[in-house]
Design a protein around this ligand. Sequence first.
Ligand code: ZN
Length: 583
Amino acid sequence: MALRDPHSYCDDTQPRVASFAWKARVDFASRTLDASVTLKLAQPAAAAGPIDLDTRELTVREAEDESGRALRFELSSPDPILGARLRIELPAGCARIVVRYRTQPTASALQWLEPAQTQGKRHPFLFSQCQAIHARSVVPLQDTPAARITYTAELTVPLALRAVMAAGATGRTEQGAEATEQFSMPQPIPPYLFAFAVGELASKDLSPRSRVWAEPGLLEDAAWEFAEVERLIETAERLFGPYDWERFDILTMPPSFPYGGMENPRLTFLTPTLLAKDRSLVNVLAHELAHSWTGNLVTNANAEHFWLNEGFTVFAERRILEALEGAEMTALHAALGFQSLKDALERFSAQPELTKLRTRLQGVDPDEAFSQVPYEKGYLFLKALESAAGRPAFDAFLRQYLQTFRFQALTTEQFLAFTREKLPGALEKVDASRWLDSPGLPADAPLPRSARLDAVKAVKGAPPEALAATWSPAEWQLYLEVLPRPVPAALCAQLDDAYALTRSRNSEVLVAWLTIAVEANHAPALARAEEVLKTVGRMKYLRPLYQSLTRSQQGVQGARALFEKTRSSYHPIAQRVIDSLLR
Ligand SMILES: [Zn+2]
């Protein structure tokens, strides 16, 4: 028996599933999917024996082979992190397995929204979020990024609704009160990129290969905010090579979406908190686009090597940003990233092993291990390598890396072997083992530098109006984040009077502001924070806002009381994270 991924029952000595055909009926009333999946093996089973699949909270009704013969199966008792192992006994020569099953209303990948939780308030909404290990709560499969798959899908939904998937749409047929939408995903994906959404959705073309989807009432705002997507794609192609996924569509999510974005291939999911009406938050769009190369095309073998996905993607995101907005703006974003890294290092001060880039996650839930460390420490490691090798050599290396591992998954060890060969001496020059296997940050980490950054950091107290008038939202955010804590209530009142921060439309500035102003018990901020927590489910905002509430006069009691009221409006992943924060 060989288990390679600490978060999967996948045994790589058993037959491998190469593709699947999925059919599901979406039932909003019971909040379940009634589904069947036909798993196609890469090779017919050479001998009789078991295949182990990952599941979580699935009610499995039957398993059979391609001729309809029942197959013996056994569902293990569930592990709290991995879920339950579905072991199916295959006869020799078996090439396809059909599993009929139902999901639970609590499926960890799915969020079922009431009409009241949508922008239009008329129809319910359903969406999936499968990263890190939640695909198994929707489809029984070998849920490890090391086992790439292609698939086709058919989703049956209420007639008034649209289904969209991170795949190519191949048709829609309507019958009675229902519609069935068909999809095909020809490019092999790691299972965490399996994604779909169902709701009242409309779309608008942004370029020949990109359109934006949103609820009708949000569509024009979303189309305006993301209008420059083609320029981003072209810039990324110049840097990293051709875009390999044909289309780059965008789905604007409901506000409860737990992440800023999710790089679902062909259909990136983005939080509506990016709709700042000034295009100032397109760095998140650049990030998700960059994943088309780093993460989606070249994928970490499992969550222990997550920095290969996210460190490379932050690096690629900032190369796109630098090409479009220049080095000064990029340095501001890198400085914001560094602030979030400092927070993460502090948060994990009692678990320093989680601040290494190469982690050991046996018995650790990847959602609990999630932090900005793989993102921002990974970015700084790659910046150090870039400066050791020189930019032209590193650019060439990056292209070769993406070409060599295209549509594959790799480990940190494979990355090291490749780098040793292609950039001789570079790993030694930066002393790579300190980055990968030591906690915290090396003292010589290449921190961002720029004149605009220095100007922000030089401000003591409130910024003079003439200076503040020149600030971008990134500078405001940075100013707020580096203010010495706790910020005196008088300074909060002065800042709010002069700059109306409680009314900021830029969600990053707003949350940076509320985080400090709530702690200072600035009354307007307390009320606004409560409003945000009642409507937005993005974990990046929930965490600091709940934390600051616990430090305000509301205390842990007040934060918990609010969470009890808002809990049901959050995605299950976010509920668990805030639960453990307030425990
Ligand atoms: Zn990412």
